[in-house]
Write a protein that binds this ligand. Structure first.
Ligand SMILES: Cc1cc2nc3c(=O)[nH]c(=O)nc-3n(C[C@H](O)[C@H](O)[C@H](O)COP(=O)(O)OP(=O)(O)OC[C@H]3O[C@@H](n4cnc5c(N)ncnc54)[C@H](O)[C@@H]3O)c2cc1C
Length: 322
């Protein structure tokens, strides 16, 4: 559970945002809300309390105020100049309710629930098919948004439907097929907020589930730098190829820029060694893209989602000026 530090400082944006049940935090440092631990501030961070709160916020906020959604922060890079507008975070204290339908092997849960928790709920209720999810960092909303996958299964395989709110504050139930989920992607608009999901598995023995989760956890430990400050795979695998192999072929295995490094455990993972800025990490990624293109002719595509303003010096609100 994250405890959000209150700031007394006002900012201009705060004055024009609607009154809500949720809390606003001006100039809020986002680095600690992400796995990479880099980047600047949100102009305003907003922690909504429930769906109605989000709806009210979206219906009443001025149209020209942009917003960005943050889940567990395990797949994002916040740039050093921070994120203009409002960053909406589905916090740990809200959006964490769930219901289990044991007859249908279904779990309905709010989008702020951590994947690991959902995996545990599935295991306790003898629902199979969620084991892969247990080992993916982050929350289920971000996991649907990215159609995260591992060990042969993806979010698409367990999703029945989701509740979303669009940019006008209107709420919809969307079936799996309508999301058009594909490798790390979905077709729904960027500004839609997923508030809950309905997931379905199948009947499975508790011990089989437990063993599978342990096997996946072990594999991850052996092959990925899960204890490091990282955002998972930096680049998508081009069709039929592995990004890490292309990265190694291009001679980027030990590449470093400032405090950003290519992981020696997995070449598609970029790491903040504790001293990196967001710029170091992004530059390292861009260097890799360039070298892979020169060596193989293939252009890698970022998997990490990058948000905000690059230049901290010219940010009108709290940039990371290290
Ligand atoms: C060590 C490590 C290992 C990883 N392994 C894997 C892996 O095996 N497979 C894999 O696919 N990924 C992996 N990832 C990446 C990441 O864990 C997944 O993409 C995860 O599902 C992201 O969830 P999140 O809550 O952290 O989303 P965030 O990182 O917070 O956000 C990701 C995206 O989703 C959007 N978003 C977040 N919540 C919502 C919401 N409620 N509504 C709408 N949009 C939303 C954000 O705007 C952003 O675009 C790994 C990451 C790490 C750090």
């Amino acid at each position: 559970m994250i405890f959000f530090k209150k700031k007394t400082k006002e900012n201009e944006l705060l004055k024009i945002l609607p009154q809500t049940k949720g809390e606003y935090f001006p100039d809020y440092p986002l680095a600690d809300l992400t796995w990479l631990k880099v980047g600047g501030n949100a102009e305003v961070l907003y922690l909504p309390q429930d769906e109605e709160d989000i709806i009210k916020f979206l219906k009443e906020k001025p149209h020209n105020v942009p917003y960005t959604i943050l889940g567990g922060g395990s797949n994002v890079l916040i740039r050093d100049g921070g994120v203009p507008g409002v960053v909406i975070k589905l916090s740990d204290g809200h959006f964490n309710k769930f219901e289990v339908n044991q007859e249908k092997f279904e779990i309905k849960c709010e989008a702020g629930l951590y994947n690991a928790k959902i995996g545990k709920i599935a295991q306790e209720n003898q629902i199979g098919g969620f084991e892969f999810l247990s080992t993916i960092p982050g929350k289920v909303g971000g996991t649907l948004r990215t159609n995260a996958s591992c060990y042969g299964r993806e979010m698409k395989d367990i999703l029945v439907s989701a509740t979303v709110i669009d940019g006008f504050g209107d709420k919809y139930e969307v079936d799996t097929a309508d999301f058009q989920l594909s490798y790390r992607n979905s077709l729904f608009p960027k500004d839609w907020i997923i508030t809950s999901v309905l997931l379905r598995g199948y009947k499975e023995d508790k011990d089989i589930i437990k063993n599978k989760i342990e096997e996946f956890q072990q594999k991850r430990k052996e092959t990925q730098p899960i204890q490091e400050k990282t955002a998972g795979s930096a680049f998508k695998n081009p069709t039929g190829l592995k990004a890490w192999q292309l990265i190694e072929k291009a001679g980027c295995k030990n590449l470093k820029i400032g405090g950003a490094e290519v992981s020696d455990k997995h070449s598609n993972f970029l790491i903040n060694n504790g001293k990196a800025t967001a710029q170091d990490i992004e530059e390292l990624g861009e260097k890799i893209i360039e070298k892979v293109k020169d060596t193989t002719g293939i252009e890698l595509e970022w998997e990490i989602r990058r948000f905000g303003v690059k230049d901290a010096k010219h940010s009108s609100f709290g940039g990371n000026k290290r």
